[in-house]
Design a protein around this ligand. Structure first.
Ligand SMILES: Nc1ncnc2c1ncn2[C@@H]1O[C@H](COP(=O)(O)OP(=O)(O)OP(=O)(O)O)[C@@H](O)[C@H]1O
Ligand SMILES: N[C@@H](CCO)C(=O)O
Length: 305
């Protein structure tokens, strides 16, 4: 990168699982982590939004650490940069903040280190780092992503033709993914695994065919994680009981929670918010749409070579 040149990186938020698509289904959402990158003498991260001020502002920052680690795995040393970071993705709320930071780090390594990675290569690296492909796949590709990670191998199909409107119901309290995975069982019986897989398969088919009632029905029937996480996220039960009555066709825990997503038809958002606000007055209600583009890098880059 020549002096004075600036690189912009934009990575969308995401929701994972959509109920039964545990560790497999991701949907990109229109909240963003953005980076403005210029060459500097040392690594410096300048947070432009308040929530990011708690993180280290040098090479210990998670995004920078990720970038350095990725570049090193390709025997590349990154030249230091000054990075202005902004984000409207709530942290540790189930909206893929850690996945967006990982994807931003990979994009940073790719651009500054001139690694020339393909999207698939970025997806493989990101899935390995995050441990599952759902959030990172959505943040990279945009749209609805159905992924499968088996050991080192990771595959995905991306669907951009689906339009969904969602209401994110976001509590004030954080819930770390690590804690929320801690309440999950270590095994399911063969019979439970078969029905959990069938529910997930039918969710995908219903989303693809536009049968939204059926998709919503399958979200509620998840057997992989929501029944266990309800103890940590009591408002999931309240929303499952009330949101359908108020016009939503689906309700699902967003990723590891604590955010819950209500899926609504166009034109029905306001009535849903009005109906839910008195029931959960302490929550933030945020209408969201699907991001169709995934991560984007713009700006001129000239490498050291
Ligand atoms: N922009 C960022 N810069 C540095 N660290 C970040 C950033 N975004 C997220 N993180 C790290 O990721 C943690 C949150 O990750 P976690 O997996 O628990 O939740 P999430 O990704 O927001 O939710 P989910 O995985 O359920 O969608 C934060 O507490 C922080 O340590
Ligand atoms: N599939 C993951 C998403 C959160 O990282 C989970 O539900 O734990």
């Amino acid at each position: 990168m020549n002096e004075g040149e600036m690189l912009f990186i934009k990575v969308p938020a995401s929701t994972a699982n959509l109920g039964p698509g545990f560790d497999s289904i991701g949907l990109a959402l229109n909240l963003y982590l953005t980076l403005e990158v210029v060459r500097s003498d040392c690594w410096e991260v300048i947070p432009l939004t308040d929530e990011l001020k708690e993180f280290p502002q040098d090479e210990r920052n998670f995004i920078v650490k990720t970038a350095i680690e990725v570049a090193e795995s390709f025997q590349t040393i990154l030249s230091p940069c000054e990075i202005k970071v902004a984000s409207n993705i709530p942290l540790a709320r189930g909206l893929g903040s850690s996945a967006s930071a990982i994807v931003a780090g990979i994009e940073l390594a790719d651009q500054v280190g001139d690694l020339r990675l393909t999207k698939q290569e970025k997806f493989e690296i990101a899935s390995k780092m995050e441990g599952h492909p759902d959030n990172v796949g959505a943040s990279l590709f945009g749209g609805l992503v159905i992924g499968c990670q088996l050991g080192e191998e990771v595959d995905a199909e991306t669907i951009h033709s689906i339009d969904l409107e969602v209401l994110a119901v976001i509590p004030e309290e954080e819930l770390l993914t690590k804690s929320s995975r801690g309440v999950l069982p270590s095994t399911l019986s063969f019979g439970e695994a078969v029905s959990a897989g069938a529910i997930s398969n039918l969710l995908v088919a219903a989303l693809l065919s536009g049968n939204l009632e059926l998709a919503g029905k399958m979200m509620k029937k998840d057997k992989y994680h929501q029944p266990y996480r309800k103890e940590l996220v009591p408002h999931l039960q309240i929303l499952e009981e009330q949101a359908y009555e108020l016009g939503a066709y689906g309700v699902a825990l967003s990723g590891a929670g604590p955010t819950v997503l209500c899926f609504v038809r166009p034109g029905e958002m306001n009535a849903l918010i009005e109906g839910l606000t008195p029931l959960l007055p302490e929550m933030c209600f945020l209408p969201l749409e699907i991001d169709k583009e995934g991560s984007l890098c713009t700006g001129a880059i000239v490498t050291d070579a």
